[in-house]
Design a protein around this ligand. Structure first.
Ligand code: DP6
Length: 317
């Protein structure tokens, strides 16, 4: 039994922050994201009679930290009585730095495991299995602009518009390398339990989703930009008001936001979004990409720039 897959990370424009069921990892809110193209995770799942337990290799090195989550996800796809498996993943971008590496990893994992077993599950079911491992991973099963709906006892994921139908670009400014200070799962629970803004965040999400969905359907960049920045800053306000406060930004994060605002003032079609990490992702039109990349590259504190188009959902190779 052996199969390979590829998945790309996705960047949320309307964010998932908070869970309605921690045990089943159900998101408390819907979200909208874009799946990237140029950053990817390659995954290989194979059986090996000599193994006594699962083995996880990340970029050629054995990893024990992520192994329990990977084994649980494999149990969910293949059943708990499966044989031990060797899982090998390769990333072409820095992991655990707020670039959604867990999204591409678990999307690729469910696809590879399903292909290895020859189960042939539908994409919707694979999305739900990936989401149980990491909420944002459900969205990487689909390409382009993707919406995840919370249906109460599960998630429903669908594509709003394909990657080639509105080929926006993403310029990510890396301001710090290294793992994030508090993982999303733990941080979301801190917010749910302690942030005075959490309930307002949940209440307002349907409105933001509707505005963004309509902006995407009508290819209205400025409206999407306004609601995406608002939703991002609202999520970070929930985080800042948590106890203990969750602040993922550094001074370069703020510098990058200023750079984007400067470009906007000149009429450039660009907006920023920031996840649970200090990196700033600037979303822009293809015409604006080089100007945005140049401006962010010369912003104080930026270590590296990654550029990507929008791509397809996770697939077996
Ligand atoms: C800020 O999907 O990493 O990136 O379900 O606990 O694994 P878990 O969380 P995760 O959270 C992503 C949070 C976010 C916003 C988003 O991607 O929607």
């Amino acid at each position: 039994m052996r199969a390979k897959s590829q998945a790309q990370p996705n960047i949320a424009l309307i964010k998932y922050w908070g869970k309605s069921d921690l045990a089943r990892n159900l998101p408390a809110v819907g979200s909208i994201s874009i799946t990237l193209d140029d950053l990817y995770t390659m995954m290989c799942v194979e059986s090996d009679a000599s193994l006594a337990a699962d083995v996880l290799m990340i970029n050629g090195r054995e990893d024990v930290a992520l192994l329990p989550r990977v084994s649980r996800c494999l149990d969910a796809v293949l059943g708990g009585d499966r044989e031990p498996l060797r899982v090998q993943s390769e990333y072409n971008f820095p992991m655990a730095a707020g670039l959604a590496s867990s999204a591409s990893a678990f999307a690729a994992l469910v696809v590879a495991a399903d292909a290895a077993a020859g189960t042939g599950r539908a994409t919707a079911e694979l999305a739900s299995l990936a989401g149980a491992a990491s909420g944002s991973a459900a969205r990487s099963l689909y390409g382009g602009f993707v919406e995840l709906e919370n249906t109460g006892d599960d998630v429903a994921v669908s594509s709003i518009c394909g990657a080639s139908e509105w080929p926006l670009r993403v310029v990510a400014a890396i301001t710090e390398l290294g793992p994030k200070s508090v993982g999303s799962t733990e941080a979301m629970e801190i917010s749910r339990k302690t942030s005075p803004f959490y309930s307002r965040w949940i209440e307002q999400q349907a409105g933001d989703l509707a505005v963004a969905r309509e902006a995407i359907e009508s290819r209205d960049f400025r409206t999407l930009a306004t609601v995406a920045e608002h939703n991002c800053l609202k999520m970070h306000s929930v985080m800042w008001a948590s106890r203990p406060p969750l602040s993922y930004w550094n001074s370069a994060t703020l510098e990058c936001m200023e750079t984007v605002r400067g470009l906007q003032a000149k009429g450039v079609d660009v907006f920023f979004t920031i996840d649970a990490g200090p990196q700033v992702k600037a979303v822009c039109t293809p015409e604006a990409e080089e100007q945005v990349a140049e401006a962010l590259r010369s912003t104080a504190g930026v270590k590296e720039i990654l550029q990507s188009g929008l791509g397809e959902g996770a697939r077996a190779l």
